[in-house]
Design a protein around this ligand. Sequence first.
Ligand code: SF4
Length: 296
Amino acid sequence: VRIGIQLPDGLKKKAFEICEKFGADVILSGESCYGACDLDLSLLADVDVLYHYAHTEVVKFERVVYMPYFVDYDVEKVAERIKVLPEREIALIATVQYCYRLSELKNILESSGFTVELRKGGERVKFPGQVLGCNYSALRDCKASAVVFVGDGSFHAIGASIYSRKKVYAVNPINLDLINVDTSDFIKTRYIQVSRCVGLSKVGILVSTKLGQKRLHLALSLKKLALESGMKALIVYINEITPDKLMNLPFDFYVNTACPRVSYDDYRKFERPIITPQEFEYLLNRREEIGLDEIE
Ligand code: SF4
């Protein structure tokens, strides 16, 4: 049996350790691996089974095994940090590497008088409380007065706040930093990006060829909107959205239907504006707020 291994950048340094467990006939993917949306299909074509590490299933695919990677942390200490918050009705969310201990955290907090919501979202996520940079469905119909995100960085916490319109705190389970999340800079930046597109007329609508990010129907409807608004528009298929790939294309700006993090995190790398589908609709006066881009 020939095995393929796909690792995210953070785990690539452990490639020997991981691959050697599977014996001799192993091929390591050297491609990007940003999420389970990003399967290496060329490698899959040449192996019997592809082990995709650190993410849970987003796209069902035969011969692909998802291997979530859980990071150990002290759940009691995280609970102690949360206990200082003024709110007593909270919802818990986390990224995949930390969400495996959320039910334990919920029990500890409930025994201290908290009311805790811990819900599994839609099909794109597997565990209760799990969120992705493109999916916050674990907070759908959230009744709690605040949300606590367990994880590192502020991106998911900002997304959770925009999605839920609730107060959000972020607790880092490793260094136990507790942040009161503020979305104002993020929102301001996004409105500035949209304002850079005002008056521009040639739009490239980017569609990812990565299976779990591909939103062709959305792109087609956005192209229709663009044409109705008197713009020139083309749909562009692309695997990895990088500045050099966009450099020679004849567009004034881009609408990105692939991973929302390309628009939100990487926009500074691109010479021309790169906005989300919702921001494009806002630009065309089809909605009142720039919203948040999610993949269902
Ligand atoms: S589309 Fe982006 S945010 Fe969503 S799972 Fe893939 S890499 Fe993560």
